[in-house]
Design a protein around this ligand. Structure first.
Ligand SMILES: Cc1cc2nc3c(=O)[nH]c(=O)nc-3n(C[C@H](O)[C@H](O)[C@H](O)COP(=O)(O)OP(=O)(O)OC[C@H]3O[C@@H](n4cnc5c(N)ncnc54)[C@H](O)[C@@H]3O)c2cc1C
Length: 378
């Protein structure tokens, strides 16, 4: 039986990033059920980096990840991970209270600027003037090159001697005196400790180890690609410079994507873990909401998909050892922020796994390992 110091279950961004952070300190294996990494949620995201989204812990993790994204470590990647996008958080007159609440929660010290109706339409020329939207403007939001990030973590992992096993589903986890025996569909593996980074399946994987679940909720979110409207080439600013435009009550969002438009109804429908597919009703709801806010008629959906955003009951990620079972570490519940938080969350998880405190530059953002601990959910 192959033996490793650490076995990571799941090759999404969570599993791959923590594995890369740990590989220099010992032998690490990543075990993935699918034939390739990032087949599930990590391959289905909107790839946005926006430090003013999510609850305070998510924001702190995002702020703490910003330096990594803007100045990746030497030798990690050759080209930039972020490209400027901007985020327009919009609200109609009847949503002003929600927009004010969002505004009050933004920024570090100084709040983000507010835009009136005319300024809002200038940022996104597709918005209907009669929709009456004003906005909060976040110029710092960026697109993430999520594919490049994942590949760079994998390259770093392999360079440090890490092993990636794909098409290997973990079917049972047996506690031994010196660690774990991990049964897969294709032979067993021994490891000193297990990191549960199984995305929507984290509670199921805990069950394989006879560890009680923590109550994670996988929530479906749908996205689709459509053509921009006729006449887009004469619009100012050009399509590629339009910001991510999000309804403040998360009823929809719209974002340019390689000359097309990415749309989402921004829904949260609780589902069982599975290879989730979009529901036609969500596609229809999305098109209806988009057509009310923007000057576009959607006649044809070029591509559609759905992914599961998995949340802990308090919507805060979990990174910590399970106090009920030795050597079982949870890295879970990144919800809709798994990419933008990955650099800080993986470094924090790696530090805790090695028995230390959270890194000083990350706790400087007001984060403590208690915020992420399993104990808060027991
Ligand atoms: C539509 C949408 C838009 C999003 N937009 C953004 C965004 O703009 N910015 C952002 O930061 N985040 C965004 N997210 C969220 C982000 O994609 C997730 O937080 C992140 O991908 C979660 O990564 P993960 O590694 O935890 O899960 P996953 O990528 O799902 O990885 C878990 C892996 O575990 C494997 N696994 C499960 N069980 C087993 C088993 N028994 N044995 C072996 N392997 C197993 C699975 O096959 C899977 O590959 C979005 C998500 C969606 C759906």
């Amino acid at each position: 039986m192959n033996t490793f110091d650490v076995a990571v279950i799941g090759a999404g961004i969570a599993g791959v990033s923590v594995a890369a952070e740990l590989a220099q300190y010992g032998t690490v294996v990543v075990i993935e059920r699918e034939t390739q990494p990032a087949y599930h949620t990590s391959g289905r995201s909107a790839a946005l980096f926006a430090t003013n989204n999510g609850n305070p812990v998510v924001r702190a993790l995002s702020f703490a990840s910003e330096d990594f994204y803007r100045n990746p470590p030497e030798g990690f990647i050759e080209h930039p991970l972020l490209a400027p996008r901007g985020l327009l958080m919009i609200g109609r007159p009847d949503q002003r209270d929600a927009l004010d609440r969002f505004h009050a929660s933004t920024g570090k010290g100084e709040r983000l600027p507010k835009l009136d109706e005319a300024q809002t339409c200038e940022k996104n020329p597709l918005l209907r003037a009669d929709y009456g939207a004003s906005a909060v403007w976040d110029a710092t939001a960026c697109d993430i090159d999520v594919h490049a990030l994942l590949q760079a973590y994998l390259k770093s992992f392999r360079r440090d001697g890490g092993t990636l096993l794909t098409a290997r589903e973990v079917t049972r986890l047996r506690k031994k005196s010196n660690g774990w025996e991990i049964e897969t569909g294709n032979g067993s593996i021994a490891a000193g400790m297990v990191i549960n980074a199984a995305g929507a399946w984290v509670d199921e994987v805990a069950g394989l180890a006879s560890v009680q679940p923590l109550g994670f909720k996988p929530m479906r979110r749908t996205a689709m690609i459509v053509d921009p409207p006729a006449g887009v080439s004469s619009m100012i600013p050009p399509l590629g410079a339009w910001p991510m435009t999000i309804d403040v009550d998360e009823q929809f969002y719209l974002k340019p994507e390689a000359g097309m438009l990415l749309l989402s109804p921004a829904e949260e429908t609780q589902m069982l873990p599975q290879d989730i597919q979009p529901d036609e009703i969500d596609i229809a709801i999305c098109i209806d909401r988009i057509e009310q806010a923007f000057d576009i008629r959607v006649r044809h959906v070029k591509r559609k998909w759905a992914g599961l955003r998995t949340f802990a009951p308090d919507r805060t990620p979990v990174a910590g050892f399970d106090p009920r079972t030795q050597g079982f570490f949870w890295l879970a519940g990144q919800g809709g922020y798994g990419y933008q938080t990955a650099p800080a969350l993986s470094r924090t998880a790696a530090a805790l796994i090695r028995g230390g405190p959270a890194p000083g530059d990350i706790s400087a953002f007001g984060l403590s390992s208690r915020d992420l601990a399993v104990e808060r959910l027991l």
